[in-house]
Design a protein around this ligand. Structure first.
Ligand SMILES: Nc1ncnc2c1ncn2[C@@H]1O[C@H](COP(=O)(O)OP(=O)(O)O)[C@@H](O)[C@H]1O
Ligand SMILES: [Mg+2]
Ligand SMILES: [Zn+2]
Length: 324
């Protein structure tokens, strides 16, 4: 059996409105032109919008394709090596304890049906390795650089986990969660960052990103997310609370206007995605996550409801799943 993932449950990345629950499903995969049906595969399903994604604990399904059952990451690596998949998780010159992304040209050369499994496995191993580590510094080998990741994470959302790393004070490493939806989120995030920048919305610049979407390095933003700041704003009539509320309101209205004109860049204005910089009596907002949220409907958006009801509900859910 593949050991269960040490990571906890997740909020639905598509509607952001419910927590994914495990259900059994039949999974179909195309291998060399024929469909293979695998019954009783654990899938995470959203009870609201029915989004489905292979559960993190089942990303080891990849092993089934090679007809072997393994009990540990080491065994899995052995299995993959013995089946000739040497480039997959570790480079030849690296020890098994090192967390590493495989060579990107190797990934690009994989059959598209297998590539998804490969990428799921890769990020699953990476996130599990980091969350299971008792150290405060962990080496992560990216194709283009080595990052000495500082633990614990500095943030988490529906699609990724974000870390600081020693080699740069000005940048953060965002790792995608093991699903195609989240890799696509990161790729589009990288694509549209410039758009926001050129439309007067402060966003962190992209320093580097994986063409397959498993990671991105972004500038580190000043300030803190509205999700962690909100409960410390003081009474609604205090000047601090009022100045932040007014600034967030202007920012949300600016963004919603942009989404109206350019529906292709619609993103989620969740409290996790808005950063607030307080400087004396001055307050400004930044958009930390430009990733797509095509299902969000802002046509009936009401800021008072958002501020008083939506934000506290979202924060409660972030706490429930351990994002904050
Ligand atoms: N560039 C950044 N600088 C500082 N913190 C960040 C940065 N990017 C992300 N974070 C932290 O990580 C959290 C999740 O990041 P986010 O990009 O929203 O992930 P997701 O795509 O999963 O929603 C943010 O709320 C924030 O706390
Ligand atoms: Mg986000
Ligand atoms: Zn959903």
């Amino acid at each position: 059996m593949v050991p269960p993932s040490p990571r906890s449950s997740d909020i639905c990345p598509r509607c952001e409105d419910a927590i994914l629950a495990p259900v059994a499903a039949t999974h179909e995969i195309l291998v060399c032109g024929s469909t293979v049906r695998v019954p009783d595969v654990q899938v995470d399903e959203c009870p609201k919008c029915r989004f489905q994604s292979l559960s993190a604990s089942e990303t080891g399904l990849f092993q089934l394709l090679f007809g072997e059952r393994t009990d540990s990451v080491e065994e899995m690596v052995q299995t993959l090596r013995s089946t000739g998949h040497r480039g997959m998780f570790l480079r030849e010159d690296q020890s098994q304890s090192m967390l590493a992304f495989g060579a990107r040209d190797y990934v690009a050369g994989l059959d598209p049906a297998l590539r998804g499994f490969y990428l799921d496995n890769e990020s699953s191993l990476m996130l599990d390795g980091l969350s299971a580590s008792g150290d405060t510094l962990v080496q992560v080998e990216l194709p283009s650089r080595r990052c000495t990741v500082r633990l614990p994470k500095i943030g988490e959302g529906e699609n990724g986990v974000v870390y600081e790393y020693e080699e740069s004070d000005g940048a953060v490493l965002k790792l995608a969660k093991p699903r195609a939806y989240s890799r696509d989120h990161i790729l589009v995030e990288c694509e549209v960052t410039e758009f926001f920048d050129s439309h007067g919305v402060p966003v962190p610049r992209i320093v580097d990103f994986d063409p397959h979407g498993n990671f991105a390095i972004k500038e580190r933003l000043d300030g803190e997310s509205l999700a962690t700041l909100y409960d410390r704003l003081g009474a609604p009539d205090s000047s601090r609370h009022r100045v932040v509320r007014a600034s967030v309101q202007r920012f949300c209205e600016q963004l919603i206007e942009i989404f109206g004109q350019h529906p292709g860049v619609k993103t989620s204005i969740s409290p996790n995605n808005i950063f607030v910089v307080l400087d004396g009596s001055d307050c400004r907002c930044l958009l930390v996550d430009t990733g797509p949220a095509p299902l969000h409907d802002y046509s009936t958006f009401d800021f008072a409801t958002y501020w008083q009801e939506t934000i506290p509900q979202k924060i409660a859910r972030y706490r429930q799943v351990g994002y904050i």
